[in-house]
Design a protein around this ligand. Structure first.
Ligand code: TMP
Length: 246
């Protein structure tokens, strides 16, 4: 059997060369990591669930005009994506205080923020993804002011849309992390949404019970990680049949 060329191995996904130039195959593994991979486990079936959830969300975002690298889901664990140059800036959007923001400012988790807050982190495992500001991004050339502007505007649109989408299925979108890439087309390029949107990189709380339905269940040893991801997929109407435990 011919082996595909591996392009990049991340903490939860592996990227392979795609069938045509300018494409990649994004493979969702079952690995879960936290605290810059100091904590690791295999959550059986997480990759299948994340593949389906991210496909659904990227398609919905595409429909409202958000440019994305997503092309199509290929099978249970893989999707075809456009090859982009990843901008090394993680954009975090927050609606309620949680996680590192709650710790940093001694806020009770769940405190509503006066308005949505955008934070930037430099994508570097070696440095442990330090928090950065616009000045760092432009001065070090990680993104131009125009790209930064595009990323911010797209992130806020994604936040507005996903907040409503999740609320419709009884989930509060507390915060999430996005990554963007440069999509080259002849001598031009545009900034597009890349990577994934899944419970690995969102905080989702059940509206009624406040239950955490995301990777915090793994980070904080709350148990039932897979069940929570399954429930998110089920509510979105994308629960793959094979992802249901026998
Ligand atoms: P934080 O509160 O730990 O800074 O996380 C904010 C959001 O970003 C949360 O939804 C989880 C997500 N996130 C990632 O996707 N990758 C990461 O490495 C970290 C630290 C957070």
């Amino acid at each position: 059997m011919a082996r595909r060329r591996k392009i990049y191995e991340g903490k939860a996904k592996t990227m392979y060369e795609g069938p045509e130039p300018g494409t990649l195959v994004q493979y969702f593994r079952d690995d879960a990591t936290a605290f810059n991979a100091q904590k690791h486990a295999i959550i059986d079936g997480k990759g299948v669930l994340n593949n389906a959830i991210s496909e659904y969300l990227m398609l919905r975002l595409g429909e409202i005009g958000i440019p994305t690298a997503f092309v199509k889901r290929l099978n249970m664990r893989e999707q075809l994506v456009r090859r982009v140059e990843i901008i090394p800036v993680e954009v975090v959007v927050r609606n309620l205080a949680a996680g590192s923001l709650a710790t940093r400012f001694k806020l009770e988790e769940g405190t509503p923020l006066p308005r949505s807050i955008i934070e930037y982190f430099y994508k570097s495992d070696e440095l442990g993804d330090p928090m950065i500001c616009e000045e760092h991004i432009t001065a070090f050339g990680w993104a131009s002011t125009q790209e930064l502007d595009d990323m911010m505007a797209l992130s806020l649109r994604v936040n507005d849309f996903l907040t409503g989408l999740f609320l419709g299925v009884g989930l509060r979108l507390v915060d999430f992390k996005l990554e963007f890439g440069r999509l080259f087309n002849e001598d031009e390029f545009t900034v597009v949404l890349a990577d994934e949107i899944t419970p690995d990189n969102c905080r989702l709380w059940d509206v009624k019970t406040g239950d955490k339905m995301d990777k915090d269940r793994f980070r904080r040893d709350l148990g039932n990680v897979k069940e929570a991801y399954q429930e998110v997929a089920r509510r979105l109407g994308v629960l793959p049949e094979t992802a249901v435990a026998p």
